[in-house]
Design a protein around this ligand. Structure first.
Ligand SMILES: Nc1ncnc2c1ncn2[C@@H]1O[C@H](COP(=O)(O)OP(=O)(O)OP(=O)(O)O)[C@@H](O)[C@H]1O
Ligand SMILES: O=P(O)(O)OC[C@H]1O[C@H](OP(=O)(O)OP(=O)(O)O)[C@H](O)[C@@H]1O
Length: 343
């Protein structure tokens, strides 16, 4: 059943379900690490909405879109099944969802419930496509063990107990490890390593004797350090991504949103740098900072001088200004870009 129909059946009269008709459904993280950066991105893309208290659906005022607020972990399911057209979540969550779907299909094939052909046909229609990386929410899903313990390499954990919120990726990781080590048993892909599902505070599992190792997200590394753990391998490198279903309701609108978001990301990543320089030094200056496509050069009302305008990556602007000064650039101005539409 389509999400539109399901929502219509819900009794709560506050749900703006009747107005969902004809709208593109866009899932965004309702809380957690990706929530605030996602809301900033929507604001930058001029996607205007007002979310009523405790409602997980908000109609966009200026575009035929409805925002659906969901846990980041559930967004790949809704988009992958085509119930929702677009979504923002972590790449780790998409990988976890895909690994889960593949594992269920594999089990159904081994039990004779579906044929290999049905398995690949279903895999082709479900799942989501990545539209773009969004430049926030960077983290790594890592295998962690007690710093002072005896486990040094991931292979030492074969047959042991692992705590994680990412059970499917962890199962796949240890299944591959066991195959590599020649110790995996059974055609059904049963693994010797025991995976325990935990929904939060995974880092506490080793100290409490629940697990020998964990597979959990790391950003700064502070949480793992405080818990006396060290990383011995990375399962997935992740950051926030925009995903779309394989059959979105309105591809033009998907393109419009993608293009707006691309513009916001470019605006966040670049600054506009303007300076004056003598024409004779222009070649050296543009070599230092050639701009995104090419510099915009304007003749100044002073013999032999030009004004140059270029986009520069924010993180490189300080050394670029140092170098430009060395070759004779003056009156250097750096301006924030509010928004942009660029390739
Ligand atoms: N420490 C982190 N640094 C950066 N990104 C992270 C971090 N932890 C998680 N993420 C990213 O955010 C996504 C959502 O994780 P988060 O723990 O915020 O979800 P949640 O379960 O919805 O929220 P909560 O933990 O508050 O219940 C993760 O899948 C990952 O992509
Ligand atoms: O490397 P760090 O910067 O310290 O971040 C890593 C921590 O962040 C995440 O947990 P979160 O704080 O979202 O809470 P949770 O344990 O309830 O999932 C993750 O599960 C780690 O515990």
């Amino acid at each position: 059943m389509q999400l539109h129909d399901t929502l219509k059946r819900m009794a709560n009269p506050l749900y703006p379900v009747n107005s969902l008709e004809g709208r593109l459904l866009f899932a965004v993280p309702k809380k957690g690490r990706l929530n605030s950066a996602t809301l900033n991105l929507l604001e930058g893309a001029d996607i205007q909405f007002r979310r009523e208290n405790r409602l997980d659906i908000a109609l966009v005022k200026n575009l035929p879109i409805a925002l659906i607020f969901l846990p980041a972990a559930d967004i790949p399911t809704f988009v992958g099944e085509g119930q929702v057209d677009l979504g923002i979540t972590g790449y780790d969550q998409v990988q976890e969802h895909d690994a889960g779907v593949r594992s269920v299909m594999k089990k159904r094939r081994f039990s004779g419930e579906i044929t290999p052909e049905e398995e690949s046909a279903r895999s082709a229609i479900t799942g989501c496509d990545t539209v773009m990386e969004l430049g926030f929410g960077a983290c790594r899903l890592q295998v962690q063990v007690p710093e002072k313990g005896t486990y040094q390499s991931p292979k030492d954990l074969i047959g042991k107990t692992i705590g994680t919120s990412f059970v499917h990726l962890t199962e796949k990781y240890f299944a591959n490890l066991e195959i590599e080590a020649g110790s995996q048993g059974g055609l059904e892909g049963k693994i010797q390593t025991k995976i325990i599902e935990l929904s939060g505070s995974v880092e506490a599992a080793c100290a409490l004797g629940v697990a020998d190792g964990i597979v959990d997200l790391v950003e700064s590394g502070e949480t793992m350090k405080a818990a006396g753990l060290k990383a011995i391998d990375t399962v997935v490198d992740s950051s926030a991504i925009l995903i779309k279903s394989r059959s979105p309701r309105n591809t033009e609108l998907v393109e419009l949103i993608a293009s707006r978001i691309r513009g916001v990301i470019a605006a966040q990543r670049y600054v506009l740098c303007q300076y004056n320089i003598q024409r004779s030094a222009l070649a050296s200056a543009t070599k230092i900072a050639p701009g995104k496509r090419a510099p915009t050069i304007t003749t100044l009302d002073e013999e032999g001088w030009v004004a140059v305008s270029i986009m520069v990556e924010k993180k490189k602007i300080a050394p670029v200004m140092d170098e430009l000064t060395k070759v004779g650039a003056t009156d250097i101005l750096v301006l924030a870009i509010a928004n942009t539409r660029t390739d």
